[in-house]
Design a protein around this ligand. Structure first.
Ligand SMILES: Nc1ncnc2c1ncn2[C@@H]1O[C@H](COP(=O)(O)OP(=O)(O)OP(=O)(O)O)[C@@H](O)[C@H]1O
Length: 224
């Protein structure tokens, strides 16, 4: 699903944020991405989502060479990916329904289809019945679940999460990780950047560890 061949990323005026990274995640696998602040975790996820472009090396998603992908391919590539952020980036002046529906509206789905898919996504994250609520009225854990529902509403093959439990207490963090496991169990490939070593160490998934832009282990992820 994801392959990095000697990928480096240098931001303008900086040093390499990622240096010669080799990585392979087969379809349906799940892994954690760890490393100190500034190690390059977010950069690695952004390269996959084409939010940033590689400087050197080749990056493949689902067999497609993203390093060569023209700009017009970006929307199609992003449709394969659900992204989840620490601060969930919800629109606070829109209802839960509208937040989750956004990727479907952008993709031009029909009204009825949107309603059906939004309710299915909210059901998966345990928030059915909250469609009309505004995010501000929800707890931090519930807001993160809305972010996850929005990420999965398009049925992506790949979920990328950047510190998804950063603001949550241990119980809620465990629940969120369990949700990711459930998506993985139905075939979605999942890559989660996280600082929460305590939680990660209790889960049976491989850890890809970055230090100063370099991957310290082999980068070959096996199926759990
Ligand atoms: N847009 C940018 N322009 C210039 N430098 C950047 C940019 N984004 C990140 N960097 C630099 O690239 C390096 C890697 O940053 P990145 O955000 O990927 O690390 P991280 O491991 O996700 O850190 P954190 O855990 O703090 O989020 C850092 O040195 C950072 O300062």
């Amino acid at each position: 699903m994801i392959r990095f061949d000697n990928v480096s990323k240098r931001y303008p005026g900086g040093k390499d944020a990622l240096h010669a990274v080799n990585l392979h995640m087969p379809a349906g696998s799940m892994a954690f991405l760890t490393g100190h602040s500034g190690a390059g975790k977010s950069t690695l996820l952004k390269l996959i989502a084409l939010l940033e472009r590689t400087t050197r090396g080749q990056l493949f998603l689902d067999g497609e060479n993203l390093s060569r992908a023209p700009k017009r391919r970006i929307p199609m590539v992003r449709r394969k990916i659900g992204m989840i952020f620490q601060n969930h980036r919800l629109l606070f002046d829109r209802t839960v329904f509208d937040n989750v529906a956004l990727p479907l509206v952008i993709a031009g789905h029909r009204h009825q289809e949107i309603g059906r898919r939004v309710r299915a996504a909210l059901d998966k994250v345990g928030l059915l019945g909250h469609e009309r609520a505004f995010p501000i009225t929800l707890s931090g854990g519930e807001q993160q679940r809305v972010g996850i529902a929005r990420a999965v509403v398009n049925k992506p093959k790949l979920l990328l999460a950047d510190e998804p439990t950063g603001n949550l207490d241990p119980d809620l963090s465990r629940d969120i990780m369990h949700l990711f496991e459930q998506f993985n169990q139905v075939g979605v490939t999942v890559l989660i950047a996280s600082h929460d070593l305590d939680l990660i160490s209790r889960m049976p998934y491989e850890r890809l560890h970055l230090e100063h832009g370099q991957l310290l282990n082999s980068g070959e992820v096996a199926m759990a």
